[in-house]
Design a protein around this ligand. Structure first.
Ligand code: FAD
Length: 456
C-alpha cells in the first residue's frame, strides 16, 4: 500500500484492524455464503464513524478495492474482497428507539434480530427481512421486502434519514430536507453511495402477530398457488404471506413420516388484531388440507427468527430472481415443474407479495422502481456440500430459465447473483440515469463498486 499505512490506520482506529497475520483473520475474511473464499489485505471493524472514515481513506488513498459488510448476507459475497480493505460493521450494531416520535435508529452493522429485539418491547416494528441474521443496512439499501411490506411499504420506504461516510472520507446526513438526492438513492440504490453508519426508520404498531408456516401436499400446490394469486391481490394489507417449495425439515410439528418429503407451503404473518388472525387465515385452510402447521399468536421477532436454524452461515449460495407482475398460468406451470425438484432442505423458492402499500409509492419517488410488480420471486439455492455445487446451480438456472419468460426483465437487486451485473439497468428501469447522476456526485471514482454497481 502506498497511501496511509496500516500502522497509521491503527493509530486512527478505536476498533479492530485485522491483517493476515492476525489469528482472527481467517474468520474475519469470511462471509455468510461459504462459496466465497477471498483474502482481503485488511479487515477493519470500526466502533465509531471516525474509524469508518479512516478505513475509507485507507482504501481510496491506496487505490485498492473496498468492501462494505453489514450483516454479511450478500449472496455474491460483496462483503469481502481480494487484496483490498473490508469495512466490517459488526462492531456497530446499536439500535435506539424513540417511542414518542415512533422512530428507531440502527447503526450500520445491526441485524434485523438486533432491530426487532429493540423495538418489540415498545410494541413497534418496521418492515424487515424474514431471517433475523440479515443486515438492516444491506437489506434496506436494496429495498427491503418482508412480512410487513403490504401494510407499511418496503424497508426503504420507512427510511427517514441516514448518516453516510462518503468516498472522500467526509460525512453527510441524508434526509428529506438535506441531501434529499442521496436519501432518494439510498432508498433502493444499494451500497453505491457511501458507508451508511446509521439508518433512522419510521415505526408502526406491531407486537405479537398471528401466523407461521402451513405445509401442504405437493399435489395441492397448483390449487393453493391459484388461490393465493387471487387472494393476495386484495387481502387485508396487514397480511404478509408467501408461498414456497420446501423439503420438510425434521421439526416437531411435522409428522415424522413426512420429514424429508418435498412439500408446498405458505408462510403467513397477520399483523392486525390478534383475535382476527384465525379468520383471516381460514381461506388457506379451506383451499386444501394443511398437513402440518405451526400457526398461532407469537411475538413478531419469533417469526422473524423462525427459519434461522435452517440457514446457518457457511452454506453454499446461488440465487436467481425476477419481479413478477402477473402470476400467469404458464408461470404456475413452470413453478410446478421445477419447484418440486428442490434438491436439499435448505433450498427453496419464495414468491413474496409486494403490492398494497408498496404500490402507493410512485416508481420515481425512490430508487426502487418496480412499484407495479405484484411479486418478487427468488429461487434460492442453499446447500451445505461444495461437492453438490453443480447439481444445485443447475436446479436454480433451469428453474429460472423456465420462469423468466413469465416475469419482468428486472429483479430485486438484493436477490441478484454475481453473474447478474448486466441486469442492473433493468433492475432500476427509468431510475437508472438519476442514480448514475447521484453516483457521479457522491462517488465519482466508483470507490464503492463491490455491489450491484451503478456506473456514474
Ligand atoms: C438468508 C437470507 C435471507 C434473506 N431474506 C431477505 C428478505 O427477507 N428480504 C429482503 O429484502 N432481502 C433478503 N435477503 C437479501 C438481503 O437483503 C441481501 O443479501 C442484503 O444485501 C443483505 O444485507 P447484509 O447487510 O446482510 O449483507 P452484506 O453482505 O453485509 O452487505 C451487502 C451489500 O450491502 C451494502 N451494505 C451493507 N451494509 C452497508 C452499510 N452499512 N453501508 C453501505 N452499504 C452497505 C454493501 O454494498 C454490501 O456489499 C436475504 C438474504 C439471505 C442470505
Amino acid at each position: 500500500m502506498s497511501g496511509i499505512t496500516l500502522d497509521q490506520l491503527r493509530e486512527r482506529t478505536r476498533g479492530m484492524v485485522i491483517d493476515p497475520e492476525d489469528p482472527a483473520y481467517d474468520v474475519a475474511r469470511k462471509v455468510y455464503n461459504g462459496m466465497i473464499d477471498r483474502r482481503p489485505a485488511v479487515v477493519v471493524r470500526p466502533v465509531n464513524v471516525g474509524d469508518v472514515m479512516a478505513a475509507v481513506d485507507l482504501a481510496r488513498e491506496n487505490g485498492v478495492d473496498l468492501a462494505i459488510r453489514g450483516g454479511g448476507h450478500s449472496v455474491p459475497g460483496f462483503g469481502t474482497c481480494d487484496g483490498g480493505v473490508v469495512i466490517d460493521l459488526s462492531g456497530m450494531r446499536g439500535v435506539h428507539v424513540d417511542p414518542v416520535a415512533g422512530l428507531a435508529r440502527a447503526e450500520g452493522g445491526a441485524t434485523w434480530g438486533d432491530f426487532n429485539a429493540a423495538t418489540y418491547p415498545f410494541g413497534l416494528a418496521t418492515t424487515g427481512g424474514i431471517i433475523s441474521t440479515t443486515g438492516v443496512a444491506g437489506l434496506t439499501l436494496g429495498g427491503g421486502i418482508g412480512y410487513l411490506d403490504r401494510a407499511y411499504g418496503l424497508s426503504c420506504d420507512n427510511l427517514v434519514s441516514a448518516d453516510v461516510v462518503t468516498a472522500d472520507g467526509g460525512f453527510v446526513t441524508a434526509t428529506e430536507a438535506d441531501n434529499s438526492d442521496l436519501l432518494w438513492a439510498l432508498r433502493g440504490g444499494g451500497g453505491n453511495f457511501g458507508v451508511v453508519t446509521s439508518l433512522q426508520f419510521r415505526l408502526h404498531p406491531v407486537k405479537d402477530i398471528y401466523g407461521g408456516p402451513m405445509f401442504y401436499d405437493l399435489e395441492d400446490a397448483e390449487s393453493v398457488l391459484r388461490f393465493y394469486r387471487e387472494f393476495i391481490d386484495d387481502a387485508p394489507e396487514q397480511l404478509g404471506a408467501f408461498p414456497a417449495f420446501q423439503i420438510a425439515p425434521p421439526l416437531p410439528f411435522i409428522p415424522e413420516d413426512r420429514h424429508g418429503d418435498t412439500m408446498f407451503l405458505v408462510v403467513a404473518c397477520w399483523a392486525g388484531p390478534l383475535d382476527e388472525g384465525e379468520r383471516v387465515l381460514k381461506p388457506f385452510h379451506d383451499v386444501a388440507p394443511v398437513v402440518a402447521e405451526f400457526v398461532g399468536p407469537m411475538p413478531y421477532p419469533a417469526l422473524n427468527s423462525a427459519f434461522d436454524a435452517l440457514l446457518p452461515p457457511g452454506l453454499q449460495h446461488y440465487w436467481k430472481a425476477n419481479f413478477v407482475t402477473e402470476l400467469t398460468d404458464e408461470a404456475i406451470r413452470a413453478h410446478l415443474q421445477h419447484g418440486p425438484n428442490v434438491p436439499v432442505v435448505n433450498s427453496t423458492t419464495h414468491i413474496y407479495p409486494i403490492n398494497g402499500a408498496c404500490h402507493r409509492v410512485a416508481p420515481d419517488a425512490t430508487a426502487f422502481a418496480y412499484r407495479d410488480a405484484n411479486f418478487a420471486a427468488v429461487i434460492a439455492g442453499m446447500w451445505p456440500d461444495p461437492a453438490d455445487n453443480d447439481a444445485n446451480i443447475r436446479w436454480v438456472r433451469d428453474y429460472y430459465d423456465a420462469v423468466a419468460p413469465q416475469s419482468e426483465r428486472g429483479g430485486y437487486v438484493n436477490f441478484m447473483a454475481d453473474d447478474d451485473q448486466d441486469r442492473v439497468r433493468d433492475n432500476y428501469r427509468g431510475n437508472y440515469e438519476r442514480l448514475a447522476q447521484i453516483k457521479r456526485k457522491y462517488d465519482p471514482g466508483n470507490l464503492f463498486h463491490l455491489n450491484q454497481n451503478i456506473v456514474g
